[in-house]
Design a protein around this ligand. Structure first.
Ligand code: AMP
Length: 632
C-alpha cells in the first residue's frame, strides 16, 4: 500500500502520470491530448483537448449498472416530506429540465442563476445546466435582493431559476419576491424566470411574459431526451461568488474536465465513498461544499446523496443521526458550528440510533476547536476528519486521505497537504519558507491542481492580482490563511491574513458588511470587525458614526438605531451578514494616513491588547471603542 507521503510526492513530481491515472476515473467523449497546458502562468488548463460532461459522468454513466439505485434522497423536516429519485428518475428529470431550458432559449455558455431552497429541482437545475453546457451560478438563499442584483450584473444571466419560498425552522422564507426586487435593481436582468411553485407563499406574484411555470412546462416535456453537450475540458462549468476584501464578490470560475476528475479522485482517496453507498453532506447547494459534495461528488461516485432541507435540531437533535441510521450513511460531511450546536443538546440522541454504517465524519469550513473535535470523535467512536479548503479550490487542500492510508488524527489539525497541492508556509516578510513550528502564510505553488478555480469570471487580471500578488518575489497562490506546521508535517490553521471573517462556516468580507451598513441614510462611517464567538466561530460587530447623533441620545433611541442598522444589513446583504451588535461612536480609530485600525478594534472587542498605536490619529477614538464595549 502506498503511503500518503509517497502518493503526494508522486502527484507533484510526476504530475502528468499521476493525473492521467486519476482522469481514468471518469468518462471522456474525446481523450485529452495534453495533461496540462501551463504556457500562460498562473492560468492552468487541465486535460487539454479532452471532451467530457459533468452531467454525463454524474448521471448517464450510471444508468446501465445502477439505474434503479437511489441517486438523490430529498428529506425535508420543514415540509415533512421524503422523496427518492433513482438514477433513472434523476436522468428523466434532468432531461425534462434541460429541454425546458433549451425551449426558453438557453444556449451553451449562457449563465443561469439558480436561487433556490434545498429542493430536488435545484439539483435538477444544476445538472441540466451541466448537460447543455450552460454555466450555473447558484446564489445562497440567505442573500438579499441587492446582493443578488450585484451577482446578476456580474454574471449577466439569460435565465434565473427560483422558487416561491423556502422554509427555515418552520418559517416561510420568501424567495420569489427577492428575485423580483433583484431584477428591478439589476442593470443586466435576465429576460426569463423559471419558477418552481411549492405553494408555500400564497402572496407570491408572477410577471406576465417573463415568469414561466416549471410544473406546466415539465408536463409538456415528460419524454424529453436531450443529448449531452460535450464540453472541451477547460470550458467553464460554473461560477460561484465568494467574498473577499472588497465589497464586490468574486465569481470563482471552474472548468469541466479538471473539476470532474478532481471530485472523482477525492471521492476515492479522501472520502472513501463507494458506489451504492450513501453520503450525507449537511451543507447547502449555495456553498461550494454543496456543489462538490451534495451534488457532483457523490453522484460521480455512483453513491446515493442525501439532500436535506432543515436544521440539525428539528424535530429534535437526533434528526441527523436518524438519517444516518435510516439510510445507512457511510460518509458524512458537516461543519464545526453544527457540531457545536449539537454538543449543547442531550448526548442521548447520539446513542439512540444505529450508526454502524458510518465510517467517517468530515468537517470543514472553519476552524475546528479541539474540545469539539474530541467530543464528537468520542461520541461517534469513529474518525472525525477535519479538512481544510476554500471555495476557490473546490476540494480539500489539507486532509488526511483514508482511501490511501489510515493516518493518526491530531485534534485541532486538518492534517497534511492533499495530493496535487504543492503547499508552502511562507514568511510574510520575504516569502522564504517558514520552519516547522513557525507561523507563515499558507500558499500553493502554481499550477493549481485540477478542480481549482481557473480565473475570476470575466476578470483574468483580478484573478492574478487577488491571488498571486501577495509576494513580489514569487508568484504563488495565497490562501490568505495563517498556518503553522509541526515536526510531523501536520498543519494548523491560525486565521485569515485579510479582513475576511468566517461566521458559522460562511465567509463574509467585513467590507461587504460595511457597505451594507452604509446604505442606512444616517450612517456617516462604519467599521466592521469579526469577534470570536463560542458557537459560530466569529460574529461581525459594527462600530458606527452617525450623521445625526441626536438619534442615539437615550438608551431607547440607541436600541432603535441598532435595530434599524441591522434591518438595513438584512435588506442589503441578507441576515447572514447581520452584525451581532452595533455600537455607536463619534469617531473611528485610524492611522494618520487614514487607514482604519481594524485589527486594534478587533483586539479590543476580544479583550486583547490593541497592539502598536503609535500611528493613531486620534487616541480618543480608541477610548470610545473601549467605553462602548465596557458598557455592553
Ligand atoms: P469558504 O471559501 O467560504 O469555504 O472559506 C474558506 C476559508 O474558511 C478558508 O480560507 C479558511 O479561512 C476557513 N476554513 C475552511 N476550512 C477550514 C478548516 N478545516 N480549518 C480552519 N479554517 C478553515
Amino acid at each position: 500500500m502506498t503511503s500518503c507521503k509517497e502518493f503526494h510526492r508522486r502527484s507533484i513530481e510526476d504530475r502528468d502520470g499521476f493525473w492521467t491515472e486519476q482522469a481514468a476515473l471518469v468518462d471522456w467523449h474525446k481523450p485529452f491530448s495534453k495533461v496540462l497546458d501551463y504556457s500562460r502562468p498562473p492560468f492552468a488548463k487541465w486535460f487539454v483537448g479532452g471532451e467530457t460532461n459533468l452531467c454525463h459522468n454524474a448521471v448517464d454513466r450510471h444508468l446501465a449498472a445502477r439505474g434503479d439505485q437511489k441517486a438523490i434522497v430529498y428529506i425535508s423536516t420543514e415540509v415533512d416530506r421524503e422523496i427518492s429519485y433513482t438514477y433513472r428518475e434523476l436522468h428523466a428529470e434532468v432531461n425534462r429540465l434541460a429541454a425546458i431550458m433549451l425551449g426558453m432559449g438557453v444556449k451553451r455558455g449562457d449563465r443561469v442563476i439558480i436561487y433556490m431552497p434545498m429542493i430536488p429541482e435545484a439539483a435538477f437545475a444544476m445538472l441540466a445546466c451541466a448537460r447543455i453546457g450552460a454555466i450555473h451560478s447558484v446564489v445562497f438563499g440567505g442573500f438579499a435582493a441587492a446582493s443578488l442584483a450585484a451577482r446578476i450584473d456580474d454574471a449577466k444571466p439569460s435565465l434565473m431559476i427560483t422558487s416561491d419560498a423556502g422554509m427555515r425552522a418552520g418559517k416561510i422564507v420568501p424567495y420569489k419576491h427577492l428575485v423580483d426586487e433583484s431584477i428591478r435593481l439589476a442593470k443586466h436582468p435576465p429576460s426569463k424566470v423559471l419558477l418552481v411553485d411549492r405553494k408555500l407563499d400564497p402572496g407570491m406574484t408572477r410577471v406576465e411574459g417573463r415568469d414561466a411555470d416549471y410544473a406546466t412546462l415539465r408536463a409538456q416535456h415528460m419524454n424529453a431526451q436531450v443529448p449531452v453537450t460535450w464540453m472541451e475540458s477547460s470550458e467553464p462549468s460554473y461560477i460561484l461568488y465568494t467574498s473577499g476584501t472588497t465589497g464586490h464578490p468574486k465569481g470563482v470560475q471552474r472548468d469541466v474536465g479538471g473539476y470532474t476528475v478532481a471530485l472523482a479522485a477525492s471521492m476515492k482517496h479522501i472520502y472513501c465513498g463507494a458506489p451504492g453507498e450513501t453520503m450525507f453532506t449537511t451543507s447547502d447547494i449555495g456553498w461550494v461544499v454543496g456543489h462538490s459534495y451534495i451534488i457532483y461528488g457523490p453522484l460521480l461516485a455512483g453513491m446515493t446523496s442525501i439532500l436535506y432541507e432543515g436544521t440539525p435540531i428539528r424535530p429534535d437533535a437526533g434528526i441527523w443521526w436518524k438519517i444516518v441510521a435510516d439510510h445507512k450513511v457511510s460518509v458524512m460531511f458537516s461543519a464545526p458550528t453544527a457540531i457545536r450546536v449539537l454538543k449543547k443538546q442531550d448526548p442521548a440522541f447520539l446513542k439512540k440510533y444505529d450508526l454502524s454504517a458510518l465510517r467517517h465524519l468530515f468537517l470543514a469550513g472553519e476552524p475546528l476547536d479541539e474540545p469539539t473535535h474530541s467530543w464528537i470523535t468520542e461520541a461517534l467512536g469513529r474518525p472525525v476528519i477535519d479538512h481544510y479548503w476554500q471555495t476557490e479550490t473546490g476540494w480539500p487542500i489539507l486532509s488526511s486521505m483514508p482511501g490511501i492510508e489510515a493516518t493518526p488524527v491530531k485534534f485541532g489539525s486538518p492534517s497534511f497537504p492533499a495530493y496535487g497541492y504543492d503547499l508552502r508556509l511562507l514568511r510574510e516578510s520575504d516569502a522564504s519558507d517558514a520552519a516547522d513550528g513557525e507561523k507563515g502564510v499558507v500558499a500553493i505553488v502554481p499550477p493549481l491542481p485540477p478542480g481549482c478555480m481557473t480565473t475570476v469570471w470575466g476578470d483574468d487580471a483580478r484573478f492574478v492580482k487577488t491571488y498571486f500578488s501577495t509576494f513580489s518575489s514569487k508568484q504563488v497562490y495565497s490562501t490568505f490563511d495563517w498556518g503553522i506546521r509541526d515536526k510531523d508535517g501536520y498543519y494548523f490553521i491560525l486565521g485569515r491574513t485579510d479582513d475576511v471573517i468566517n461566521v458559522a462556516g460562511h465567509r463574509l468580507g467585513t467590507r461587504e458588511i460595511e457597505e451594507a451598513v452604509s446604505a442606512h441614510p444616517n450612517v456617516a462611517e462604519v467599521a466592521v470587525v469579526g469577534v470570536a464567538d463560542n458557537l459560530k466561530g466569529q460574529l461581525p460587530i459594527a462600530f458606527v458614526v452617525l450623521k445625526d447623533v441626536s438619534r442615539t441620545a437615550t438608551p431607547e433611541l440607541r436600541a432603535q438605531a441598532e435595530k434599524d442598522v441591522m434591518a438595513t444589513v438584512d435588506k442589503q446583504l441578507g441576515a447572514i451578514g447581520r452584525p451581532g451588535r452595533v455600537h455607536f461612536v463619534t469617531a473611528l480609530p485610524k492611522t494618520r494616513s487614514g487607514k482604519m485600525l481594524r485589527r486594534s478594534i478587533q483586539a479590543l472587542a476580544e479583550g486583547r491588547d490593541p497592539g502598536d498605536l503609535t500611528t493613531i490619529e486620534d487616541p480618543t477614538a480608541l477610548e470610545q471603542i473601549k467605553s462602548v464595549l465596557a458598557a455592553k
